[in-house]
Design a protein around this ligand. Structure first.
Ligand code: NAP
Length: 254
């Protein structure tokens, strides 16, 4: 296992949206970014979106590589981390970003949709933290940043599965922060409000207007608004911050 001598960043779900912006924000000549992606669900299939992220990282002056892996699968997540370690020799930063929604009111929610969302949004980050926690504890340094959501704190009708996963990731963040702090590893969460991505593009017009009306700053956020806070939490300046949930919502939650 060769060590590449660079700062190694792992971002889950880097092919689109917030994850892609985070990958690009970390790009630099002293970093190497690895991200995973899942769609179209075929490892041999085209990886157009992931290739676009790789291109954007390169244009920003960095090195990045997208690897196919379903974050809900323990085996595929293990293989993903193994490949990164094989290529880079160590891991400095983990950003648990991958997430999905499958919305319905509780009384109509399908068991499969509950399971799918919890598996990707909560079990996935747990798997990653468990795998990387051992590595970072040995290294005696590391940064873990989990992407939660404003609704994990406020609740949201029609999103019981998603809200439960995001409330869960906040609890997971605080627990991992307490367990890993003595070994020099910080664990924090960023809770976005309403950010312009594919995920919010499917929100019906009426609900979108209602949400925008709740933002004191009067505009939705951009993926880069989240990426900036993530890179800060991974920086030296944030060395004494752990177990926190940073809301980035234009004041939607105070
Ligand atoms: P998005 O545009 O839908 O992107 C989701 C990303 O997750 C994609 O890169 C996708 O990969 C990846 N992904 C999905 N399922 C995966 C799996 N099983 N394994 C690996 N990767 C998987 O969503 P987004 O808006 O950027 O959201 C990113 C994170 O921010 C999520 O955790 C979300 O809950 C959170 N968030 C978003 C908002 C918002 O307003 N947008 C608000 C609060 C929190 P493929 O492209 O390969 O499918």
């Amino acid at each position: 296992m060769a060590d590449n001598g660079k700062r190694v960043i792992i971002v889950t779900g880097g092919s689109r949206g917030i994850g892609r912006a985070i990958c690009v924000a970390f790009a630099g000549n002293d970093t190497e970014v690895f991200f995973n992606y899942f769609s179209p669900g075929d490892p041999e299939g085209e990886k157009t979106a992931a290739a676009e992220t790789e291109k954007m990282i390169a244009e920003a002056g960095g090195t990045g590589k997208g690897l196919w892996a379903d974050i809900a699968s323990r085996d595929e997540t293990n293989a993903f981390f193994d490949q990164v370690l094989e290529e880079a020799g160590h891991i400095d930063v983990l950003v648990n970003n991958a997430g999905i929604t499958k919305d319905a009111l509780i009384v109509r929610m399908k068991e499969a949709d509950w399971d799918a969302v919890l598996n990707v949004n909560l079990k996935g980050p747990f798997n990653c933290i468990q795998i990387i926690g051992k590595i970072m504890m040995k290294q005696r340094h590391g940064r873990i940043i989990n992407i939660a959501s404003i609704v994990g704190v406020t609740g949201n009708a029609g999103q019981a599965n998603y809200v439960a996963s995001k409330a869960g990731i906040i609890g997971l963040t605080k627990t991992a922060a307490k367990e890993l702090a003595p070994r020099g590893v910080t664990v924090n969460a960023v809770a976005p409000g309403f950010i312009v991505t594919d995920m919010t593009a499917v929100v019906p017009e009426k609900a979108r207007e209602a949400m925008l009306g709740q933002i004191p700053m009067g505009r939705p956020g951009q993926a880069e608004d989240i990426a900036g806070v993530v890179t800060f939490l991974a920086s030296e300046q944030a060395a004494y911050i752990t177990g926190q949930v940073i809301h980035v919502s234009g004041g939607m939650y105070m």
